[in-house]
Design a protein around this ligand. Structure first.
Ligand code: GLU
Ligand code: ZN
Length: 310
């Protein structure tokens, strides 16, 4: 008998995007830019958008900032369909997946201090990214009792290439062995590392589209590798240009003049969305607009790849 059912829906899973802010300060215009574009990307494909509060760093995360982030998103008209999820409540889940990696010999304790690691750096590598040399890889077990971080092993020389196609910046190939090194999945103080938490959560929450600032572009190969080691299908990654201040520096939570507190004192939600839509090439000027008004005409092709100075 011929099967005449329409499988279109089954083969094209619905898009599920997310916004995953760390509540370590008030959102600034750059964070709102990421939120808006990930929201628009999901909505323009008929997809869903989830909110996850990445409050895994106990020293830097504060509940009040999480409340302010949610209030700012509501005020901007960027409502979420699912969540908020709180990473601080998900430690047992991260432990479960770390255990899987541990049992397969993919992790090891690392006792190095920051000073130890810097001391093993060759001078030409000091361009910001610190590649761990694997000093603690082969320590005999049980020898040390001081607190240790847990590192994930990357493949040996020649086997660490990860190629992925970024939705906005095209194909990237990164050699995990030489450009990344064994990376931390649990900190010495017991806090969960971003890389592990983000991979586990994106997979368990069914996220298939990640839209975020290009400062995280080089985290993607680590996340793809970790996802594959855990048997997950990595999401599609699309990175965004960064917003810079008038001096050309990328915005940080220290730029108070462009944080949501100052912005809300001077502009309406429609004016902020209008400015960001202009920066994204979605309209020709800063005219005020509501976020849903941008869904229909949304296209990645108008979004610049160079960083944007405001
Ligand atoms: N929590 C991270 C941040 O606020 C973002 C994580 C992500 O989008 O993958 O920078
Ligand atoms: Zn070490």
């Amino acid at each position: 008998m011929i099967d005449k059912r329409d499988y279109t829906d089954a083969v094209q899973p619905k898009v599920k995007g997310r916004f995953a802010p760390s509540p370590t300060g008030r959102m600034h215009l750059g964070n709102v830019f990421s939120a808006l574009l990930s929201w628009l990307s999901a909505k323009s494909q008929g997809g869903k958008w989830l909110l996850r509060i990445e409050d895994i760093d106990p020293q830097r995360s504060h509940r009040e900032y999480a409340e302010l982030i949610m209030d700012d998103l509501h005020w901007l008209g960027l409502d979420w369909d699912e969540g908020p999820y709180w990473q601080s409540e998900r430690g047992e889940i991260y432990e479960h997946y770390l255990q899987q990696l541990r049992e397969r010999g993919l992790t090891y304790p690392c006792y190095c201090t920051r000073a130890d690691i810097m001391a093993t750096q060759a001078p030409h590598e000091s361009d910001g990214r610190v590649v761990y040399k694997g000093t603690c890889r082969n320590l005999p077990p049980g020898l040390r009792t001081s607190p240790a971080a847990i590192r994930m092993k990357v493949p040996d020389e020649g086997e660490g290439l990860v190629t992925f196609s970024d939705g906005h910046y095209g194909t990237h190939t990164v050699d995990l062995t030489t450009q990344c090194g064994d990376f931390i999945v649990r900190r010495k103080d017991g806090a969960w590392a971003y890389q592990l938490a983000v991979v586990v959560d994106d997979a368990l929450m069914g996220i298939n589209e990640v839209v975020r600032g290009r400062d995280l572009l080089l985290s993607s190969p680590q996340q793809i590798y970790l996802a594959r080691q855990l048997g997950f299908t990595p999401p599609r990654f699309t990175h965004l240009p960064l917003l810079c201040n008038s001096a050309g520096q990328r915005l940080s939570k220290r730029d108070r003049s462009l944080d949501m507190e100052s912005l809300r004192a001077h502009y309406s939600p429609q004016q902020i969305i209008g400015m960001l839509a202009h920066a994204a090439g979605l309209q020709t000027d800063d005219s005020p607009i509501e976020a849903p008004g941008l869904i229909e005409g949304f296209s990645w092709s108008s979004v610049p790849t160079a960083d944007i100075q405001r």
